[in-house]
Design a protein around this ligand. Structure first.
Ligand SMILES: Nc1ncnc2c1ncn2[C@@H]1O[C@H](COP(=O)(O)OP(=O)(O)O)[C@@H](O)[C@H]1O
Ligand SMILES: [Mg+2]
Length: 412
């Protein structure tokens, strides 16, 4: 009889009006009573004004919602459950984290605005739906929504389950892989096109020109060397990626290794009028010797080539509180701040033409970064335009307690 309680005020008002009309003599007492009975009956059979949404699910709504909520909280992806009318009944913490404000009892369109998803919710009554959509704000996010209808038991109301999957990272790495292949092909095609051009010239117009042949063969050798360097760097990168999670354990004398690399780069430095000044303190690190040689080689060679105008490169090895450090400082033009965060990306160069002229592949610093990461270390770059650049490789000392490497990783 809850309906009687909720309708008591309109019924009392009706009774009062009818009683006044009867008292005024406009209606007989029996007619008055009959009119009241009709109003009472109409109130009893009329459909109740819209019940709160969760009633749809059944009696123990709260308990049911708590059970569903507990199940959904264990899932790794955002999930929302909607009632028959598309109002949110249950959602998990992941959904709140992904979509922001969501309220029980509100239409799903308040939480999910993508038209593709709302269309999928409508279409799910005939078959489960999967749609890919993109959120543009506040940052671009790619998601896949799976929408399916279900019933908790044969007689129960229909529920719509909306499960979301974040594909942003996957798409980003696919795009990066695509860019990488395109870049690598382009880098190989340029010297290859030049080689083919010279071969044609040597077979045709310059067939009997001895002087031209000598000159062209020299250029062809340089181009072939460039292709070979590129392939070596690509292979090194992929080898290091394969071993990314295996930490090298052998002990390497960093000072001695750096001295060897600096010696091997002396001819290049002399050719460019650069003095390499060494300040080497004793420091042993855990690492892979060949890979650490690549690190020192790349950093010192870059400093000599790009910092040539400074005429001097300082190379230091020391053992500090943070770990073992290899510091390479040049006094050349440095790197403008907008380029700094991207320098370790594959094929990223401040000036592509300049790098190519100097025999660069654009992969050196990417290699350095990957090698250091595999060693539990990291690379930092400091530079003020016009005032040279300082590249610091931080490594785990050989006698470090086990947690030092973790600290380095966390800080990077
Ligand atoms: N010491 C430096 N001073 C100025 N610019 C540098 C220095 N080291 C690296 N760079 C810039 O970073 C880019 C990427 O370096 P790297 O990955 O070694 O590729 P590469 O030397 O083959 O071009 C270089 O092309 C250059 O523009
Ligand atoms: Mg380089």
């Amino acid at each position: 009889m809850a309906w009687l309680a909720s309708a008591r005020w309109p019924l009392l008002a009706t009774a009062f009006v009818l009683a006044s009309v009867v008292a005024a003599g406009r209606l007989g007492p029996w007619e008055g009573l009959l009119a009241f009975a009709v109003v009472l009956l109409a109130t009893a059979v009329a459909p109740r004004a819209s019940a709160p949404a969760p009633r749809e699910v059944g009696g123990g709504v709260k308990a049911l919602r708590e059970e569903l909520s507990a199940i959904l909280s264990g899932l790794p992806d955002p999930v929302l459950v909607l009632d028959r009318r598309g109002f949110v009944t249950v959602f998990n913490e992941r959904a709140r984290a992904a979509l922001g404000e969501i309220r029980i009892g509100e239409p799903v369109s308040f939480a999910l605005r993508a038209p593709e998803v709302l269309e999928a919710v409508r279409a799910a009554s005939s078959a489960p739906q999967t749609v890919l959509y993109v959120e543009r704000a506040p940052v671009e996010r790619w998601r896949e929504a799976h929408v399916a209808q279900t019933r908790l038991s044969p007689g129960a109301g229909v529920l719509t389950v909306v499960a979301l999957r974040d594909l942003t990272e996957q798409r980003r790495s696919e795009r990066m892989r695509g860019d990488f292949v395109a870049n690598a092909s382009h880098e190989l095609r340029t010297p290859l096109a030049s080689l083919l051009g010279f071969i044609e010239t040597l077979q045709g117009p310059a067939k009997n020109d001895v002087a031209a042949r000598e000159k062209f063969l020299e250029i062809m050798r340089a181009q072939a060397n460039r292709m070979s360097r590129l392939i070596d760097d690509l292979l090194s990168l992929s080898r290091i990626e394969l071993k990314a999670h295996v930490k090298p354990r052998s002990v390497v004398d960093l000072a001695e290794l750096v001295r060897g690399v600096a010696d091997s780069l002396q001819p290049l430095a002399r050719e460019r009028g650069v003095e390499i000044a060494l300040t080497l303190a004793q420091a042993s690190v855990r690492g892979d010797r060949d890979e650490l040689i690549r690190v020192a080689e790349n950093l010192i060679e870059n400093a000599v080539k790009y910092g040539q105008s400074g005429g001097r490169v300082d190379v230091g090895v020391d053992l500090g509180a943070e770990g073992a450090r290899l510091v390479v400082r040049d006094y050349g033009p440095g790197v403008a701040p907008e380029h700094l965060p991207r320098l370790t990306e594959r094929f990223y160069r401040v000036d592509v033409g300049d790098s190519r002229d100097k025999g660069g592949t654009g992969l050196g610093l990417a290699l350095v970064k990957h090698i250091l990461q595999r060693h539990g270390g990291r690379l930092t770059i400091e530079s003020a335009a016009g005032d040279g650049a300082t590249f610091t490789a931080l490594l785990e000392p050989a006698d470090a307690p086990a947690n030092v490497g973790q600290d380095l990783k966390r800080a990077s």
